[in-house]
Design a protein around this ligand. Structure first.
Ligand code: 13P
Ligand code: ZN
Length: 277
């Protein structure tokens, strides 16, 4: 089968375009990676070029040796993925040491995978260790409301989780583990990848202060839906804060406990502290 005929590639492109339509991908902002299933790799093998040169990832991901990923190209625009996928995205294979990759398809006009490849791959590796084989998608975007909040909320998991949980009753059900926060760091390298992947051991969402957000999930729907839910909650909080300095009422700790009980999710007590509305 041709790569562009595969269902997982169509799903990937649709998600990239949905992110563009949400306004989360100005210019080349954001990047998306999908860990391709073995049977999916087999189904497109005839369309892959296995003669590419091995290049350094910039970190090591030994648990991903031999895995294939569909990733966006560095400097490529999400708005172009759907109209020119062969120029905008690529399939890479990881070598047996987990230190190198080679391009097997795509980026036909040259280029390399996203500059955030170390973060994507280290997050995938952490998710395999934490969740087994189920997690496949890592998504990074630049959603304006979440970024705006990183200028006014304390840069802690406790503050972001609790404030966003309060903004929509579904939030604690959609992200019961909470949200991680990485302080401002230089993007595109191993250091921020280490910090992010450390948080991904516990959370499926990591906010990068003054930059954007990472989300991890089992498939395109769940990962996009998670990002969408967090950003929507952030948008509500931005609106609430724009109307008045404090809320006059909100969802209280005991009400979250009730919700957790009725929806059968565990909400860690560390997020249910007593505080002003
Ligand atoms: P890339 O174009 O290299 O993917 O970088 C975009 C980005 O969002 C960096 O954080
Ligand atoms: Zn970014």
């Amino acid at each position: 089968m041709k790569v562009l005929d595969a269902e997982f590639v169509k799903g990937y492109m649709r998600m990239a375009n949905d992110g563009w339509l949400e306004g989360w991908h100005e210019r080349n902002g954001g990047n998306l990676s999908y860990r391709i299933k073995k049977e999916e790799v087999e189904s497109i093998k005839e369309d892959l070029d296995m003669s590419g040169e091995w290049r350094e990832i910039g970190t090591t991901v030994p648990k991903l040796a031999g895995e294939f990923f569909l990733v966006t190209g560095s400097g490529k625009y999400f708005r172009n993925v759907i109209i020119n996928p062969e120029d905008s995205i690529c399939i890479i294979e990881i070598d047996e040491t987990g230190a190198k990759y080679r391009i097997c398809w795509g980026l036909v006009n040259g280029g390399k995978p996203t500059s955030e490849l170390p973060s994507h791959l280290m997050n995938h590796e952490v998710k395999i260790a934490a969740k087994g084989d189920s997690y496949r998608v890592i998504y990074h975007c630049h959603p304006a409301n979440t970024i705006a909040l990183t200028f006014v909320l304390p840069l802690t998991s406790e503050a972001f989780t609790r404030e966003l949980w309060e903004m929509a009753t579904e939030c604690p059900v959609v992200f019961p583990e909470g949200i991680g926060v990485v302080p401002w760091m230089v993007p595109g390298g191993r250091d921020i990848a280490v910090a992010t992947s450390e948080l991904m051991k516990e959370y499926d969402v990591a906010i990068w202060a003054h930059h954007g957000m990472f989300a991890a999930g089992q498939d395109f729907d769940l990962t996009f839906g998670l990002m969408h839910t967090v950003e929507k909650a952030a948008e509500i909080l931005v609106k609430v804060r724009s109307m008045q300095p404090y809320k006059t009422q909100t969802i209280k700790p005991d009400e979250f406990r009730q919700l957790a009980h009725d929806f059968n999710v565990t909400l860690p007590e560390k997020f249910l502290y007593e505080k002003q509305v």
